[in-house]
Design a protein around this ligand. Structure first.
Ligand SMILES: Nc1nc2c(c(=O)[nH]1)N[C@H]1C(S)=C(S)[C@@H](COP(=O)(O)O)O[C@H]1N2
Ligand SMILES: [Mo]
Length: 228
């Protein structure tokens, strides 16, 4: 299996402006902290939205599409922490999309996808961002099957987007004509490109930086209270 680097070439990826290194710990919107989904025995992904034939696809079918891909990437959260050198394995999202498009026939102008997790968390990505070659539907982390806290049964990994687009416990994918806010609502940026510091909407990323940095320990406490 080829092992490729995620967001930038070479061994070392420079930290984007405003980010500080931290270990990967369960994190997210505080009101999802207490929602810890039980991993399903036979997981499926429900595919719908603006499609001709909505359906359900077993996760195992998507993971068997091949070729699988391993990649090492960093995860950048808007609240200014970055977990570095994460090794993910799974099916490239572009492969998943081609397979799903065959099954469901999305509307030709469905240029957005909403991805939902078993905890109800939802994030919307522009389809062409999700089709970048480093976006995976991942079922392994560090060479072993994804554990619950890391996002079992499968997780979206979109290294060029801020972490809130990398939905854990994926259970639904909807094709959409327009962006929708998802769980982050108006705080979320439609594209959330780390390279452009699109942390949130309306204001430049460097203006959001101190706001989100202030929020980080408060959010950490909410998750720590559940996970400790
Ligand atoms: N299902 C689900 N996925 C989620 C979240 C969540 O609360 N639920 N939080 C998001 C946010 S804001 C971030 S920064 C990353 C954090 O990844 P981690 O929990 O593995 O640290 O997960 C993202 N994916
Ligand atoms: Mo985040």
């Amino acid at each position: 299996m080829p092992l490729t680097e995620g967001s930038s070439a070479g061994g070392v990826r420079p930290l984007p402006p405003g980010q500080q290194v931290a270990p990967l710990r369960r994190f997210g919107l505080p009101w999802f902290a207490s929602r810890v989904p039980a991993p399903p025995v036979a997981p499926v992904i429900t595919v719908g939205g603006m499609v001709r034939r909505p359906t359900q696809v077993p996760v195992a079918e998507l993971m068997a599409l091949g070729p699988r891909r391993d990649l090492v990437a960093d995860l950048h959260c808007v609240t200014t922490w970055t977990a570095t050198g994460l090794r993910w394995g799974g099916t490239p999202f572009a492969t998943v999309h081609l397979h799903l498009a065959d099954l469901v026939h999305p509307h030709p102008r469905a240029h957005w996808i909403a991805v939902t997790g078993l905890d109800g968390y939802r994030a919307c990505l522009r389809l062409d961002d999700a089709l970048a070659d480093d976006v995976l539907l991942a079922d392994t982390f560090g060479g072993a099957p994804l554990t619950g806290p890391v996002g079992a049964p499968v997780r979206l990994v979109a290294p060029r987007q801020y972490g809130y687009k990398s939905v854990r416990h994926v259970c639904a994918i909807d094709y959409l004509l327009d962006h929708e806010g998802g769980s982050a609502g108006w705080l979320g940026h439609p594209r959330a490109r780390v390279g452009r510091e699109e942390r949130s909407r309306f204001l430049p990323g460097r203006v959001w930086r101190p706001v989100w940095r202030w929020a980080q320990p408060r959010v950490r406490r909410a998750f720590h209270a559940v996970d400790r």
